[in-house]
Design a protein around this ligand. Structure first.
Ligand SMILES: C[S@@+](CC[C@H](N)C(=O)[O-])C[C@H]1O[C@@H](n2cnc3c(N)ncnc32)[C@H](O)[C@@H]1O
Length: 354
């Protein structure tokens, strides 16, 4: 997809000065305004129901997964096929709805300056979702494309290519959900002609291609990233960055540096994570805890926010930042098991020309 070079305006004013983190800073909690119709949100939940078939029988497995997550033993929590299906059916649906709202909230910024009339295969909007195996991003992106239909004359998003990259073996979850969003639902043989006519896929298969790669993103070298991020428009790190920081601060910084080197000007990096996530950094033998968003700003922008500020121009500009928001589930949504509201922090950056 062609990207424009126009400088988009920040959507939410936040102090952009880099300073020592204030750990006692109060975090505000704004609610995101819901703009996705209930029917589309229900359609997303139905996709999860159809593809992953959550139900009462999952209770025991769900308890085991919760136990591993509580102990922060992610290798165990994501180490078995039945755990993955149950995790994705329990935690990914509400996240998918939250991410859909996030994408809609930021799309004007993402598409600002885009000259594209994106209607051919090789001009698809290219997205790489790091830590994106659990299915929330698969469904959110599908619903995002679907939502553009309402605005088809002005939306540059006509087709999308997504690469889901994750260390755990999520391929079955990704392919089941991708199939569910790109194929019409199976109807009973008694379904009416009207129901058959209305029964269309959330997105046509040719508008949404998905690929899954089981990879440790912290182990990729520069040439791997060059290949993976060639012509990519958007990289996402949804509820994954803090996990990566916890695994290895140094490797995560290196990964972000590679992403910076390999993304073209105009590409975006979207980070969503739990609010108030901290990571411990050891500096000269002393351990200090820093907020995740501060570390991220420090790595991407350093001590400069503007290219005019100093000798070394910043490689990113921060367009959207909120340290705590709520995505609350609408009343009236139906799903086989309990779902939760999502509280999150969000940061969106745009790669600047070198
Ligand atoms: C909390 S889950 C979030 C999943 C999904 N992005 C979402 O928002 O629902 C974190 C994900 O990051 C993945 N992950 C953790 N470390 C990773 C690594 N080093 N390389 C790739 N993926 C990793 C996990 O396997 C898991 O799927």
């Amino acid at each position: 997809m062609a990207r424009g070079n126009k400088k988009p305006a920040a959507t939410k004013a936040k102090p952009q000065k880099q300073s020592r983190p204030n750990t006692s800073k109060e975090i505000e909690n704004s609610d995101s305004t819901q703009s996705v119709p209930l029917a589309l949100q229900q359609k997303c939940l139905d996709i999860f129901q159809r593809a992953l078939k959550p139900g009462e029988d999952d209770t025991k497995v769900l308890q085991e997964v919760k136990g591993h997550l509580y102990n922060r033993d992610f290798a165990a929590a994501f180490g078995q096929d039945d755990y993955l299906r149950v995790y994705a059916s329990r935690w990914s649906p509400s996240r998918a709805l939250g991410y859909l709202q996030v994408l809609i909230d930021v799309q004007d910024v993402l598409f600002q300056g885009s000259q594209a009339s994106v209607d051919s295969e090789d001009q698809a909007y290219k997205t790489v979702c790091l830590g994106g195996g659990a299915g929330a991003e698969v469904v959110a992106l599908a619903a995002w494309i679907h939502r553009q239909d309402d605005d088809s004359d002005v939306s540059p998003l006509k087709s999308l290519q997504a690469d889901f990259v994750d260390i755990a073996a999520w391929q079955n979850v990704v392919s089941s959900l991708h199939e569910a969003v790109t194929t019409p639902q199976e109807l009973s043989k008694y379904a009416s002609a009207a129901a058959r006519e209305a029964n269309i896929a959330m997105v046509p298969g040719n508008a949404y291609s998905a690929k899954f790669d089981q990879i440790d993103v912290l182990a990729l070298d520069l040439s791997n990233w060059q290949e993976r991020l060639n012509q990519v428009d958007l990289v996402t790190l949804m509820f994954t960055l803090n996990e990566l920081y916890s695994t290895s601060m140094a490797k995560t910084q290196k990964m972000l540096a590679h992403i910076t080197d390999c993304l073209a000007p105009g590409a975006h990096l979207l980070v969503v994570d739990s609010p108030g996530s901290y990571s411990t950094v050891s500096i000269n033998g002393a351990e200090k805890r820093y907020p995740m968003h501060w570390l991220l700003d420090f790595t991407l922008i350093g001590s400069q926010q503007s290219r005019e500020d100093g000798d070394v121009p910043a490689k990113w500009e921060k367009l959207v930042s909120d340290e705590s928001k709520w995505f609350r589930l609408l009343q009236g949504l139906r799903y086989a098991i309990e779902l939760e509201n999502m509280r999150y922090q969000i940061h969106l950056y745009r790669r600047l020309p070198d």
